[in-house]
Write a protein that binds this ligand. Sequence first.
Ligand code: PLP
Length: 394
Amino acid sequence: MKTPYFLINEAEINKNVNEFKAALKKYWSNSVLAYSVKTNSLPWILEYMNKSAVFAEVVSDEEYQLAIKCGFSDDRIVFNGPIKGEEYFLRAIEKRAVVNIDSEKELECLSKNEKVKLSEIGIRLNVDIGVFPEGDVDYREDGFRFGFSHEACGLKRALDRIRQINENCRIGLHLHCNSITRSLDVYRSISKYTAMIVETYGLTPSYIDVGGGFFGGVAGKPTAEEYISVIAQELSRVVDPKETRLIIEPGSAMIGSAVDLHSSVLDVKSNNRSRIITTDASRILIDPLWKKSRYFYSVNGDPDGAVEEKQIVCGYTCMDFDRIMVLKDQRALSVGDKIVYHKVGAYTMTFGGPFIRYYPAVYVKSGTEIKKVRQRMSVDSYYSIHKTEEENEH
Ligand SMILES: Cc1ncc(COP(=O)(O)O)c(C=O)c1O
């Protein structure tokens, strides 16, 4: 198989999915496991999740349509975020998707559309940043950008507005926290905060959706069972698990650990300070936020080869910044050596764009069989997506 390519390990996804399913069954059987489509929207993965009886969590009209195309029915979609288009927002409500509102615009849309039969709607909570332990989350000065704020009275206004439309409308609560640590304390904090909201407003939520942001498949980090146990412990103080469904929306924890990127060394040369290793991987493929400096990786080749003090492993783009990692006191890499980056399935593969080179192929390993599920993007495909429909017809 020609590098670079991604390789998905089906057994690992299965393990991650089953760990969350088992944890939910144990601590909150009235629950829904939804996969966060944004984390990796490769159609094969969505079809896999659909077959595994997992819901799809989407945050745009495009993701909604993709989920439908991959086999999800509307009532197995969770529709989140502040950028929903009116047509898909109303369709989702009508067809009984789980819909969590996250903008004033959606409230206005509900008020002005008299035909909407609103029997259930979720509200994204803007959790006060002060509830988190120091170091667990960013944005301490400015707060989170998503959701309706209890402290700034947005939540009360949203609840009043929904009750004006239908005073019997069932209310769901939605949360999600992109934390730095993904620690159990983060989930203890958001669950306690939700409990406070439930008590303050005297709510009996039809569901509580705690979002994603968990670890999965990483040794030494919290497990699905530990996360769900903490959440269940806090929430069951204020709601009855038989009456209130628990929804979770993991992305990284399901797909992150199941994907490797296989790459090759294309060239080796030295400047007067270090050895430069040019490869056919790129940070674009495995670190689209350009933040990472460490990877789980393995290298093939002679384990007894000479050791080099400093090697800078670089990507295929022409940006000097495309430096994937620095290897210190490691065996010298040579042209043709293979470097495999492990656990790189989250916010990669469908995230990095076709810049300089186009999307690499994706394979899936199921047992001993390996099959291709995405072809390498050709120059013709690249060309056609940058042309108009009319131009493509000719
Ligand atoms: C609302 C929501 N749910 C779920 C997720 C998935 O997060 P993760 O991939 O960290 O599990 C995100 C990610 O940003 C999100 O915004």
